[in-house]
Write a protein that binds this ligand. Structure first.
Ligand code: FAD
Length: 390
C-alpha cells in the first residue's frame, strides 16, 4: 500500500489490509485509464461513457449494501474511495456520487426488499445508470417544502407532472429517482422513472464552467404514467429523502477534500519543476507558505471527514454533523484550489496543467447538495434551537 503524500498524518493507515487492496486496485485503474483522458473530455464537455463499466469493475460502487458489497466495510473506507476518485477528477467523483450515493442510495434506503434486489445489482455492475431528481427550476434550497412536481395515484399506477433541473447523469441515465408531491396527502414521495417512459424528456444543460465532464439535465414530466411497483416503498415524506441526503452530504465533504488534494498534488509537482530566479519555485518561501497552508486545510478537513464517517458507522451521525462537514470542507476547498492555482502563475488558468480544472470544478461542489449557506443554517439550528431558513 502506498500512502498519499497529501495524507500527511497517515489517516489512511487505519484501514484494513483488504480495504487498502481495494483502494490500490481503484487507484491503478484511475491513474492508467481515467487520468490521461479527463482534460480532453473536460474541454469538450462530454462524459466518457466507456468508464462506467470500468469504474464498476474496479469496485467504485455498491460498497454499502448487503446485495452488492464485496465485503463488510466502513464509511471511513468509502470516504477514502471517494478521495481516489476525486483526486483524479471531480466530475468522475460526482458521477459516482450520483450513481452510487443518490440513485442507488435512494433505492437502498427507501426501496422494498424486492426493489433492492431488482435494481441494486444491475446498477452496481454499470448495466443501469441512475440519476436523482429533486431540484426544480423554481425550487433549489427550499426543496423540502417548495417542490411543485406532482404525483397522483390512479389505481395501480401513478401519474407524474412537473419539471426538474440540474439532474446529474440524466442525459444518459436509464432511470431517474424522481421526488414528487402526492396531491392527496401533500407528502414528498420517490419514484423510479425509466428514461424511455412516454412523457419523460431530459435536455442537457449547456455552457457550464464547472464539472464539464459530468452532464446535468433539465427534465420535464408530462403525464408520465408508472406502475405502483416503481414507487419506492419507504419514500413517503421529505424525512425519507433527507435520510439519503444525510449520507451523501458527508460523501460530498470527502469529495471536496479530494478536489483540494487533486489541485495540491498537481501544484506540488509543478512547483518542483518550474524554475524562476535560478531555482525551482518550491524553494521560494512564499510558495512554500501557500503549499503548507493548502496541506493544513487538507489535513484538517480529512480529520473532520474521518470523524463524521465514524459517527455514521456508530449510528450517531445527525443532519447537522454532515452539514458542518459539507460547509466547512467545501469552504476550505475553495481557498485551497485558489492557492494551488496561484502557485502555477499563468499556467494555473490553462486546463492542460490540471489545476485549472480542479479550480473550476470546486465551484459546483460548493453549491450542490445544499449550498454553504443552507448547510450552515442546519448547523445554526443545532446550535441555537432556532431554524433561520425563512
Ligand atoms: P437557490 O436555492 O436559488 O439559492 C441561491 C442562493 O441563495 C444560494 O447562495 C443560497 O445559499 C441562497 N439562499 C437561498 N435560500 C436562503 C436562505 N434561506 N438563507 C440564506 N441564503 C439562502 N439536484 C438534484 O436534485 N440532483 C442532482 O443530481 C443535482 N446535481 C447538481 C449538479 C450541479 C453541477 C449543480 C450546480 C447542482 C446540482 N443539483 C442537483 C442542484 C443543487 O442541489 C442546487 O443547485 C442547490 O441545492 C442550490 O439550489 P439553487 O441552485 O436553486 O439555488
Amino acid at each position: 500500500f502506498e500512502q498519499l503524500s497529501s495524507d500527511f498524518y497517515g489517516f489512511e493507515n487505519t484501514l484494513t489490509e483488504v480495504e487498502k487492496d481495494h483502494i490500490m486496485k481503484l487507484r491503478a485503474y484511475l491513474e492508467s485509464e481515467v487520468k490521461p483522458i479527463v482534460n480532453d473530455y473536460w474541454n469538450r464537455g462530454e462524459f466518457p461513457t466507456e468508464i462506467v463499466k470500468g469504474l464498476a469493475a474496479h469496485g467504485a460502487t455498491g460498497l454499502s449494501w448487503e446485495e452488492t458489497r464485496p465485503f463488510y466495510n466502513s464509511a471511513v473506507f468509502r470516504g477514502w474511495m471517494a478521495i481516489e476518485l476525486g483526486r483524479i477528477d471531480a466530475s468522475v467523483c460526482t458521477y459516482i456520487g450520483v450513481q452510487n450515493g443518490l440513485a442507488m442510495g435512494s433505492i437502498a434506503t427507501c426501496g422494498s426488499a424486492e426493489q433492492r434486489v431488482e435494481w441494486l445489482p444491475r446498477m452496481n455492475s454499470g448495466e443501469i445508470v441512475g440519476a436523482f431528481g429533486l431540484t426544480e427550476p423554481l425550487s433549489g434550497s427550499d426543496s423540502a417544502q417548495g417542490l411543485r412536481t406532482t404525483a397522483k395515484r390512479d389505481g395501480d399506477t401513478w401519474i407524474l407532472n412537473g419539471s426538474k433541473r440540474w439532474i446529474g447523469n440524466a442525459t444518459f441515465s436509464d432511470i431517474t429517482v424522481i421526488w414528487a408531491k402526492d396531491v392527496e396527502d401533500g407528502q414528498v414521495k420517490g419514484f423510479i422513472v425509466p428514461a424511455d417512459t412516454p412523457g419523460y424528456t431530459a435536455t442537457r444543460i449547456e455552457n457550464k464552467i464547472s464539472l464539464r465532464i459530468v452532464q446535468n439535465a433539465d427534465i420535464t414530466l408530462e403525464n408520465v404514467v408508472i406502475p405502483h411497483s416503481l414507487k419506492l416503498e419507504n419514500a413517503n415524506s421529505f424525512r425519507d429523502t433527507a435520510k439519503v441526503l444525510r449520507q451523501t452530504r458527508a460523501e460530498v465533504a470527502w469529495g471536496a477534500v479530494a478536489t483540494s488534494i487533486g489541485a495540491y498534488e498537481a501544484a506540488v509537482k509543478y512547483t518542483s519543476e518550474r524554475v524562476q530566479f535560478g531555482k525551482t519555485i518550491d524553494s521560494h518561501q512564499l510558495v512554500q507558505d501557500l503549499l503548507a497552508k493548502s496541506l493544513g486545510n487538507i489535513t484538517a478537513s480529512l480529520a473532520m471527514c474521518m470523524r463524521v464517517s465514524q459517527m455514521l458507522d456508530d449510528g450517531i451521525q445527525k443532519d447537522e454533523h454532515s452539514a458542518l462537514a459539507k460547509s466547512f470542507t467545501t469552504s476550505r476547498m475553495r481557498e485551497t484550489v485558489a492557492w494551488c492555482r496561484e502557485v502555477l502563475g499563468g499556467n494555473g488558468i490553462v486546463v492542460d496543467y490540471d489545476v485549472a480544472r480542479f479550480f473550476a470544478d470546486a465551484e459546483a461542489l460548493y453549491s450542490y447538495e445544499g449550498t454553504r449557506e443552507m448547510n450552515t443554517l442546519i448547523v445554526g439550528r443545532a446550535i441555537t434551537g432556532k431554524a433561520a431558513f425563512i
